[in-house]
Design a protein around this ligand. Structure first.
Ligand code: ADP
Ligand code: MG
Length: 480
């Protein structure tokens, strides 16, 4: 082998183990000057490269060199200022960027998902790893008490694929981070084990692929391809229901990989037992490893997620606005993220900083407002410890340090008016009393006065953070 080829083979081995940016920096314009009597002399273009390479990568280079040419027993480094592939091609210096030519990323959009397909070619062996968006990592997944376990299990799997958590089955409602975790496992596993084949597929896509493979008669190729996978990530398994031939194929793939100690991770919107239309054998296999549920994160975690998303996008948003969003968007993390995006987009468009008002308007437009303003009265009422108008009056009086008689009386001072309106609002929305009845409880007030008070608080709750905090605290006191 010519010197240059030896050097390229060595670098090819080093490549997956070194961060790309470092690799490009330190190995540019390097070469092998000579291999003689078991001694390999590596030429480096600068003292800078010399320091770094001898300190950081010497061991890797020696190991790779010995593997490629067993006669090599010693590696030494020399600095040659003339090494330059462009200005002095005769020097034999290599252009390190050329090593990445085969690794071109093929990026394609699959429906509305940002799926990225990465084809890597390393050490002469073509590996097909399908990886997802780099945006998703285990580090940027914010942990709270409701998602700690799924995160920990994902981390364990990424660090030790095919270990004890196999298969790992993650389920939860839509928009709670299942795809995020699944993709993060793929990214992390590849970082830890660059030579492993990681395959991400949605159940829907798997079905399409099976149908296509059958139609075009390349089933065997299809099977072989899937049997090579080391980490198999299947998203939204519930799409399998009643798709018989693909279910059968999935079943065989699953068994082959599982028996070969390959890692399988599955996500779904429901637990295995509730996967209607799925073969019972598959259901029981899903339950063999670890089954974890993702839940909607609590308020603190939601707030932390918003802060995290701002950091990622390098945006600065008034903490009060974030607090407001976290308080009001409670159905999914995706919605939380969506509202944040809208808020910032709108602010950028109008060239203004995002305010509580914009956030409130967007939440209302996206129909998320019912969470603060309207309530599921029946359900809440059953759990509440404040069950009557008197209970609410007492709690509000205590909270604002005013007397109950002041609340029910006719005092027109703001210190009393607002708490009074809050009382009416809460009695209406939480207890479901009629305007008439509330009027009577407040010293015989007209029902339109009560209606006006309720509307006023409802409006203010859309953009007055203090009021949102107060009302939420009072509701907590009420056991809601
Ligand atoms: P699912 O697949 O469960 O429907 P996704 O994984 O697509 O949900 O998550 C929706 C969005 O919410 C994504 O942008 C994801 O990054 C984000 N997300 C969900 N949970 C978290 C979390 N704990 N920390 C950070 N981002 C999260
Ligand atoms: Mg998903």
């Amino acid at each position: 082998m010519a010197h240059k080829e030896v050097w390229l083979s060595i670098l090819d081995r080093l490549k997956p183990t070194i961060q790309k940016a470092h690799f490009l920096t330190w190995f540019q314009n390097t070469t092998i000057m000579e291999i003689k009597d078991g001694k390999m002399i590596v030429g480096l273009p600068s003292a800078f490269a010399h320091n770094w390479i001898t300190e950081k990568y010497n061991l890797k280079i020696v190991q790779a060199a010995m593997e490629i040419d067993s006669t090599i027993t010693e590696v030494v480094y020399e600095i040659h200022g003339s090494l330059n592939f462009k200005d002095n091609p005769a020097s034999g210096a290599i252009d390190i960027k050329a090593l990445f030519k085969d690794d071109e990323k093929v990026v394609r959009k699959v429906r509305n998902m940002d799926e990225v397909e990465v084809t890597r070619a390393s050490s002469g062996m073509v590996v097909n790893s399908q990886m997802l968006n780099h945006r998703y990592s285990l580090n940027n997944f914010v942990i709270g008490k409701d998602n700690r376990l799924p995160h920990a299990a994902s981390l364990a799997v990424a660090n030790m694929p095919g270990g004890i958590y196999n298969p790992l089955y993650i389920y939860g409602s839509t928009g709670l981070g299942k795809t995020h975790l699944l993709q993060a496992i793929g990214n992390e596993a590849l970082r830890n084990f660059p030579d492993k084949v990681v395959k991400y597929v949605t159940a829907e896509k798997f079905v399409t692929e099976v149908v296509e493979a059958i139609g075009k008669r390349y089933m065997q190729k299809f099977k072989d391809q899937y049997r090579k996978v080391d980490v198999f990530l299947v998203d939204d398994i519930q799409f399998f229901a009643r798709k018989d031939s693909s279910q059968q194929e999935f079943f065989h793939t699953f068994d082959a990989l599982y028996n070969g100690n390959k890692q399988i991770v599955i996500t779904s919107d429901r637990p295995p037992s509730e996967l209607d239309g799925l073969d019972d054998r598959l259901k029981s296999r899903f339950g063999m490893g670890m089954v974890v549920e993702l839940l909607m994160p609590d308020f603190e975690t939601r707030l932390a997620i918003l802060h995290q998303k701002c950091r990622e996008a390098q945006m600065i948003i008034d903490p009060e606005v974030l607090y407001f969003i976290a308080n009001n968007v409670t159905d999914s993390v995706r919605a939380l993220d969506g509202v944040l995006r809208q808020v910032t987009a709108e602010a950028q468009l109008t060239d203004r900083v995002p305010t509580l008002r914009t956030a409130a308007e967007i939440i209302k437009r996206m129909n998320k407002a019912h969470k603060i303003i309207g309530f599921d009265i029946e359900e809440k009422k059953a759990n509440a410890c404040a069950k009557t108008a008197e209970d609410v009056l007492k709690i509000v009086a205590e909270y604002y340090k005013v007397g109950v008689d002041e609340l029910t009386g006719g005092d027109r001072h703001t210190e009393v008016i607002v708490p009074r309106q809050i009382c009416m609002y809460l009695i209406k929305n939480e207890l479901g009393d009629s305007y008439q009845k509330i009027g009577t409880a407040f010293g015989g007030k007209n029902h339109t006065t009560v209606l006006h008070a309720c509307n006023k608080i409802g409006e203010k709750l859309k953009n007055n953070l203090r009021l949102v905090r107060d009302v939420n605290s009072i509701k907590r006191e009420m056991g809601l």
